[in-house]
Design a protein around this ligand. Structure first.
Ligand SMILES: Cc1cc2nc3c(=O)[nH]c(=O)nc-3n(C[C@H](O)[C@H](O)[C@H](O)COP(=O)(O)OP(=O)(O)OC[C@H]3O[C@@H](n4cnc5c(N)ncnc54)[C@H](O)[C@@H]3O)c2cc1C
Length: 484
């Protein structure tokens, strides 16, 4: 409380020192935040609490960014974040402050069967199947757990910050190289490449995966202490996570509501001009705003389309220009009849075919009426080449061919692609091999009066919690400058 009062006082002094002429139009604030995702909203809340005048400019008509409940689809599925991990201290604290209700259990899915080379097989058949070309211990691991076997269980990191140490650079290699070093078979590597890795085993640095694995090991440890080892590890995690009652969007709506008219919608920032005296932000609709500091809380995939003056340079400029973003195309379906009862295979499917996952969600009330097909990475891009109306039919036809029991029992309720979202352009950042060493430190450094937040600037946390971690970091960066 004391620190807050002190910071508020410092901002007031800084504001009083401003020349009178600066009070004239365009609209002026201490800090402009670009983007009303979790990171931008949290940074704005902290700055406002410390006494700063803050304005959040959001390109779309809703807060949340990658927190997006599809209230307009049957079953109101989550298009983005849904799972609040057990270690999400900031997310949980803000939920409590804002009176947003959390409930236990999130992303609980029906168990998986597998589509390998166009053939449907059960988890029980996998170890001895002729489709299983893996070797040794790998044969017992289900295809979607192979990555965990080689990355999660073999992470050399003990602490969450190890990934940024100079010694960690030896792991800034491709996931492919790491798997080879660990003795993975070509068949196992192929299956891992077919899964959730984007941009593929050659295109992604294993270093951040090893750090995230260290983090999830802690969460799994806690989940295991609670639920024992019998349950599948994904289910243990799902059951010890939480969800936001009424949908994840209720969370970011409550954050925006707390900020009131300090959040402006339909304001796509097109340019930021910063010099020694302050910043001028210009939106695509021609409106202009002035501030002492700017927080960029947009992904690099869109920041690269915003004109910054002075230009970003060196590793930072390069990171913004080239950092890869994951692709994910989604087709939502309603289950009219339980197809799994007809053929006895588990309802969810992991596939080496054109769709990465077909996931059946088990709702909190136990109902099993929602299904989502996910095309991840290049499979997502291929799915997106079809016009939206044809994507659903493609998924239905594909499933009917591989798994005839689904025929006539599924109905498409909506399609969505994160790559097609103009103001996100992808679902999450990743680093290519060698890029952690090159970019991770440089890319989050303030560029004059411009500071950088967003999940891509994460240090310790993941997902929404990483976005909030970054919002907190920039808020304190700015407050420390004001106090200096
Ligand atoms: C499919 C999917 C599933 C996920 N599941 C989980 C999960 O279960 N749990 C979890 O914790 N996390 C999950 N995440 C991750 C989580 O959603 C993100 O880490 C987090 O929401 C990112 O927040 P952000 O503020 O960094 O960015 P964003 O949410 O992308 O916010 C950026 C904002 O900036 C706006 N913007 C962009 N350009 C401009 C511009 N020029 N001018 C003004 N505004 C602009 C955008 O419209 C957007 O509102 C998931 C993400 C996806 C895509």
């Amino acid at each position: 409380m004391k620190r807050r009062t002190l910071l508020a006082g410092s901002l007031a002094v800084a504001a009083a020192a401003r020349p009178l002429g600066a009070m004239a139009a365009p609209e002026r604030s201490d800090v402009i935040v670009i983007g009303a995702g979790v990171s931008g909203l949290y940074a704005a809340m902290l700055l406002a609490e410390a006494g700063a005048s803050v304005l959040v400019l959001e390109a779309t008509q809703r807060p949340g960014g990658r927190v997006y409940t599809a209230d307009h689809f049957d079953g109101r599925p989550e298009l983005g974040a849904s799972q609040i991990g057990p270690m999400y201290a900031r997310v949980r604290d803000v939920a409590r402050q804002l009176g947003v209700e959390l409930a236990p259990g999130a992303n609980i899915n029906a168990p998986y069967s597998f589509i390998i080379d166009g053939r449907l097989i059960s988890a029980q058949e996998w170890a001895d199947s002729d489709l299983n070309q893996t070797v040794g211990d790998e044969r017992e691991a289900l295809p979607h757990t192979l990555s965990g076997m080689y990355v999660e269980r073999r992470s050399p990191f003990r602490s969450l910050t190890d990934w940024l140490s100079p010694e960690a650079r030896q792991y800034d290699i491709s996931l492919y190289q790491w798997l080879k070093q660990q003795g993975a078979s070509d068949a196992a590597i192929q299956l891992i490449d077919d899964g959730l890795v984007d941009p593929g085993v050659h295109g992604v640095s294993v270093l951040t995966q090893l750090q995230e694995a260290t983090r999830s090991a802690l969460e799994v440890q806690a989940a295991t202490a609670q639920l024992g080892e019998d349950m599948d590890v994904f289910e243990r995690f799902a059951r010890t996570s939480s969800r936001i009652v009424g949908g994840s969007s209720r969370y970011t709506e409550a954050m925006a509501e707390r900020l009131g008219d300090r959040v402006r919608f339909g304001k796509a920032v097109a340019a930021v001009d910063a010099d020694g005296s302050g910043c001028e932000v210009t939106c695509a609709d021609g409106s202009r705003y002035r501030s002492d500091y700017v927080v960029s809380a947009v992904p690099f995939s869109v920041l690269r389309n915003i004109r910054l003056r002075p230009l970003l340079s060196g590793a930072q400029g390069e990171a913004v220009a080239v950092m890869p973003y994951g692709r994910q195309s989604q087709v939502f379906m309603r289950v009219k009849k339980p197809y799994w009862e007809d053929d006895g295979f588990d309802a969810s499917m992991w596939s080496t075919g054109p769709i990465t996952l077909i996931r059946q969600q088990i709702d909190p009330d136990g109902s099993r009426t929602q299904l989502v097909a996910l095309g991840i990475g290049r499979k997502g891009t291929v799915l997106d080449r079809l016009p939206p109306k044809e994507r659903g039919q493609f998924v239905l036809d594909h499933l009917a061919e591989i798994r005839p029991s689904t025929k006539g029992k599924l109905e498409v309720t909506g399609v969505f692609s994160w790559e097609e979202e103009a103001f996100v352009h992808g679902c999450r950042h990743s680093y290519r091999p060698g890029q952690v060493g090159k970019y991770a430190e440089a890319m989050i450094k303030p560029h004059g009066r411009i500071h950088f937040a967003g999940e891509h600037t994460r240090r310790l946390d993941v997902g929404m919690e990483a976005a909030m971690e970054s919002g907190e970091r920039v808020a304190f960066e700015i407050l420390e400058r004001v106090m200096a």
